[in-house]
Write a protein of this length. Sequence first.
Length: 412
Amino acid sequence: MSFETPSSAETNVISYDETLFFVIDEGNVPCLFQFNQAAFNAQFKGCYYKIGEGDLQFGYTAADNRAFFNYWGPHLHRFVIDPTTWVISSDTTFNQGLGYFDPDGPLCLNGQLAAGGVWYVHDTALSSDDSTFIASLGIEQDEDAYIVVWNAAKGCRWMNVKTWEVSQGWNTGLTDPVKIEWASGATPTGPGGVHNVNLDRSGAYGVLTINGTSLPNKVFWTLDTNLVDNTCVDCVSHWACDYGVCFWDYQYQTTYDMRSLVIAPRDEQQAIPDMDTTPALGQWDDDQHVSHANASPGVKNIYLVAWQPNSGGAKVTGVWSDEITGVSWDGSKRTIRFNKNWASGYGGFGGSARCPISRQGHYAICSSDYEMYNLDKGFGNGLNQDTCDHTLLSEMRGTNGCRTDVLLFELR
């Protein structure tokens, strides 16, 4: 059986007190573990089939310590974990007593999702005060037409990336939608499809990746308005955002070039280098995923970056490659090399480390395919015999492909 972390490193899968965490199995089913910090071990509590799929979001606040938010079927729920029985139940008092949020309800998309046939939830994010939840909805990633935002006090706000419209306001349904106002002054050519959505920690901005149109980079939606800033030419990599600041890989002379950029007002020439890239000039790796502890405004906790090997391989050829790297954004340019993440890059999507960091910043959990990292070395059975087929993609159920696992690291 394979386990791994969700596809986005920004997914909050560790509880506020750092004693519970979720991972997913090969079928994207959430599986719960209890973590004992003193003994540094974890106990498996089970995989749960009636709480939605793996992109759930633990609450960031102490009040939501054993609660998480997730879409189950067509509705967003607040689920509560009972640590005495390990039963997980939907909170019937959620969303002002309704018990769920319906993105296709009359105050939101009013049946448009159902009218398009079968639809799914593909990406989610939660603000630091647990009050704002964003999701991309549609038939499949890169084709999704809708972005829906739920706010505990204001209700629903939506965006349609096929028509480039947003709702008139909060809880206005389909009444008098308005066209997006683009900061560049240029409307995208043709309809788009949502690839990825995220939130700034404050809940003020949606950070969106929309493919299939003339938007090559990330865009920023000010959620209380119809304003979308599409002027960033360097916002191309995976990112993390914290109270109006986003962390990007600018890729100047190297892919190890993490920088801080203020969302608004934004001046890309003022992006602040967070790393001394001198040791890595000319080094290029394939991809990276960024995560950040949910700091309070003004608190500059480190963020984490995990770089994937360029073309797959078990040899480290450069500084920071295949590591869990802590990056400071307090002006010091200090990097912290915690450990190898043991992700090979060989096994397809499962070979890319994605390392969610806990709310308090003490732990990270990372996907790892270290069976693939030991090609033809008799991994696992002690008899110098291979136990998996290295030619197959990893973490694929029903095959002899190599297993993926989740490694928990203490950050110190």
